[in-house]
Write a protein that binds this ligand. Structure first.
Ligand code: APR
Length: 250
């Protein structure tokens, strides 16, 4: 499918689902995972089991959080996030399914009932025993010198970012809503994901199987390009800048 044909489809559709990965936040200064220099090219993931059973693993995980803290704090939504928000303002968006935990879609103004965060959010910290919630800033600022991993001030339980680690159960309600939106979608747009991680990467396949038009916008080629009706390999920011104008009167 050519770009102007895809633009026509977007102009005429009001049943669009967008699915994003870390690639939509790199132009906001947050590194992705699998590009050169990405997080998993520098660290091995700490699994949920390791985090919950080893103080050494917890300290390692908090050190990484400290490492990326400035980039993350300074990050602002970019053209890609605002493009999706614009679809919602035009009542064209059923919902946004994101693998990202950075909260930038919400910061761009997208309503909470239009966002599903499949892998949770690092804008909250949870006690893994009594589920008390904490804001990240005071906890991060308490991690100085040779720190022990932070504990809950109510029950002494282990504190953890409200993100889904490898080996941790997926959030049931988020998965259920994402499944419903995916089955409803007439147009399903993937932006900035290598589509390597299950079960998240199954949603584009389900959408296509349900007859949706599948579009993939990603800097690199990916495993579902052959299945997609429209593929653009390049920068999301650049694409959304141009494409936003093409569909402006949609
Ligand atoms: N424009 C377009 N594409 C980009 C850009 C950009 N500015 N920056 C990066 N990309 C692409 C990369 O080429 C890559 O294919 O985005 C993709 C990001 O892939 P990953 O780093 O694997 O991120 P993601 O797909 O979100 O990873 C899924 O893996 O580790 C888990 O929980 C983590 O949610 C994450 C999941």
């Amino acid at each position: 499918m050519k770009l102007d044909e895809f633009a026509a489809k977007i102009r005429e559709s009001d049943e669009i689902v967008v699915f994003t990965g870390a690639g939509i936040s790199t132009e906001s200064g947050i590194p992705d995972f699998r590009s050169p220099g990405g997080i998993w090219t520098r660290y091995r993931p700490v699994t949920f089991q390791e985090y919950m059973t080893s103080e050494v693993a917890r300290i390692e995980a908090w050190k990484r959080r400290l490492d990326g803290w400035e980039q993350y704090r300074a990050a602002k939504p970019n053209v890609g996030h605002y493009f999706i928000q614009a679809l919602s303002l035009k009542e064209k968006l059923i919902g946004l399914i994101t693998q990202n935990v950075d909260g930038l879609h919400s910061m761009a103004g997208l309503a909470d009932d239009k966002i599903v965060e499949l892998h949770g959010s690092n804008r909250k910290i949870l006690c893994m025993s009594c589920t008390k919630e904490f804001a990240p800033e005071p906890i991060i600022n308490s991690l100085v010198g040779d720190f022990a991993s932070p504990k809950c001030d109510s029950c002494g339980g282990i504190l953890k970012s409200a993100t889904v680690s490898f080996g941790q159960a997926m959030p049931e309600q988020a998965m259920r809503i994402a499944q419903g939106w995916t089955e409803q979608a007439k147009v399903f747009i993937v932006m900035g994901s290598s589509l390597q991680v299950q079960p998240a990467a199954s949603f584009p396949v389900v959408a296509k199987r349900n007859g949706a038009l599948l579009a993939i916008i990603n800097r690199e080629e990916g495993p579902l390009d052959g299945l997609a009706d429209f593929v653009h390999n390049g920068s999301i920011g650049e694409f959304c800048g141009k494409f936003g104008e093409m569909i402006a009167d949609g």
